[in-house]
Design a protein around this ligand. Sequence first.
Ligand code: GAR
Length: 215
Amino acid sequence: MRNLVILISGRGSNMQALVRARAQEQWPARIQAVISDRADAPGLAFAAAQRIRTVVVEARAHTRASFEAALMEAIDALAADFIVLAGFMRILTPAFVARYAQRILNIHPSLLPSFPGLNTHQRALEAGVQLHGATVHFVTPRLDDGPIIAQAAVPVMATDDAGTLAARVLEAEHQLYPRALRWCVEGRLSVQNARALLTPPEPQWLIFDGNAPLV
Ligand code: GAR
């Protein structure tokens, strides 16, 4: 059994997809807690309704250093094997990342290395890309960087605005993240030469046309 903690800052729809997939597919993992850096994160109510422990480490009540110290204390008390960032909107320091090397996963709403940072959907539209998507990766000290575990591509429609594109990417995220995290809890991922290798190999990508995976 692997112990997971899921970190959120807001809505928590990816967290919900992970919680549901773990239960439906009976992963060899338990969700020790959902931790939020904001007491008002809407996702906390879902976790509580699922009888998952919720922990708030309120960022606004801390300096950056004391916030991370409190976060580490919470994570270590839960004996977390993997720290799953699911819409967690804080940048972690190198010291924090080093402490949990190759045990922190993140989902980012773009096909990295394109569009790290914020406002990815608007920036994708402005760049005129035809494909956009999401990436699950191991976290390194560099922002939105690290070995890529899986990616999902979605088409950009001529009629899209940032909202419609975000919604299409989010649907893909909800299929991508459970798949990637499951590989992790099953011990199927290793990192070699900064690449995440899956054993036995299978495609580490999804391609969507609308909401249905093409492949
Ligand atoms: C998701 O689109 C996720 O990829 C993004 O925030 C959203 C959270 O939605 N994460 C980042 O931008 C991290 N840099 P959710 O709270 O409904 O899962």
